[in-house]
Design a protein around this ligand. Structure first.
Ligand SMILES: NC(=O)c1ccc[n+]([C@@H]2O[C@H](COP(=O)([O-])OP(=O)(O)OC[C@H]3O[C@@H](n4cnc5c(N)ncnc54)[C@H](OP(=O)(O)O)[C@@H]3O)[C@@H](O)[C@H]2O)c1
Length: 288
């Protein structure tokens, strides 16, 4: 397929791009663009679609920091909802297969584990925009896949945002103490498992919604304990706290863990070992 990849320089987009390049012609936008500039963005997308004969678009663009989204609601809405709606209309109009990346933030965290058919009930503004975008695509398009990752972990490039594993490992290896919440539970997914899922969906032209997660459902505190045990780090560096002890702009759902049966059966993804990745990330940071 001739695929146009949007958001290819983000944490998720960069790994997805590497994976799907194996079986497809993948194009990225070479010039700087800002999706809040609607006319310029869609003129440019139109040009790429024509010139490269694009048959599939993958949208990994998002304003993904929950607290920033709560603080700058208008900007969040433009990037995470308005742009997605226009991209959906554009794809339907041009008969392009749309792959859109959603989020576990569409769920309220009170009824885990969540499968694809469960009700969305977001508790923060980021989640509200992501949920509304998913519903819009579901109602307007037929040739689409909404791929919904839970919190994603894995090695990161220098300029990528930290994920829980890289952040905690770096702090703990530098002997810094950290407070970790015992609520906010997820079964995190490795970024390469997520990329494998997207690649399988594209190769088999699957449509619908897919919840993508790992197998280990645990709190940030339990993850910290796991990291200390795997990397032989002093457990006294971590302190168990509650999310209620932090003042955060965006409310965090309690437990958004996924039921990943559809991912395992239909996409044949077997989640990578979390401990193995912790060891690899630990080696990277110890060798710095
Ligand atoms: N990471 C996770 O744990 C996680 C969990 C659940 C869902 N997700 C979803 O996964 C997708 C990718 O997230 P990520 O973690 O890879 O985020 P990220 O590293 O912050 O990447 C976001 C991407 O969006 C682009 N972008 C942001 N604002 C833009 C704008 N106004 N115009 C054009 N491009 C813009 C960024 O480009 P620039 O760098 O050039 O601004 C970057 O390529 C998102 O849909 C997110 O909601 C992620």
């Amino acid at each position: 397929m001739n695929i146009l990849m949007l958001g290819n320089n983000g944490f998720v987009g960069s790994v997805v791009q590497e994976k799907i390049k194996q079986n497809n012609n993948v194009y990225v936008v070479n010039e700087n663009f800002d999706v809040t500039e609607k006319n310029e963005t869609f003129n440019m997308l139109n040009r790429y679609v024509k010139e490269k004969n694009i048959t599939c678009i993958i949208n990994c663009i998002a304003m993904a920091n929950l607290d920033d989204c709560e603080k700058e609601k208008e900007l969040c809405k433009k990037i995470n909802l308005e742009f997605v709606k226009c991209l959906c209309d554009f794809s339907v109009n041009k008969k392009i297969y749309l792959i859109h990346i959603s989020s576990n933030a569409v769920y309220d965290g009170n009824n885990a584990p969540y499968s694809e058919t469960d009700i969305k009930n977001p508790v923060n503004y980021y989640g509200k925009c992501k949920a509304e975008a998913d519903d819009y695509i579901n109602n307007k398009a037929s040739n689409f896949a909404i791929v919904r990752p839970i919190t994603i972990y894995g090695s990161k490039n220098k300029n990528d945002r930290h994920n829980p594993v890289t952040y905690f490992v770096e702090k703990l290896i530098n002997n810094e103490s950290i407070k970790l919440v015992d609520d906010n539970i997820v079964n995190m997914v490795h970024v390469k498992d997520f990329a494998d899922a997207v690649s399988f969906i594209i190769d088999n032209k699957l449509t619908g919604e897919f919840n993508i997660s790992g197998d280990v459902s645990e709190s940030r505190y339990d993850l910290g304990v796991r990291i200390c045990n795997v990397l032989d780090i002093d457990l006294s560096l971590i302190e168990k706290v509650s999310g209620k002890d932090f003042i955060m702009l965006a409310e965090r759902p309690n437990n958004t863990s996924f039921n990943n049966s559809k991912m395992k059966i239909e996409l044949k993804i077997k989640p990578r070992s979390l401990d193995r990745t912790i060891m690899d990330v630990g080696c990277e940071y110890r060798n710095k």
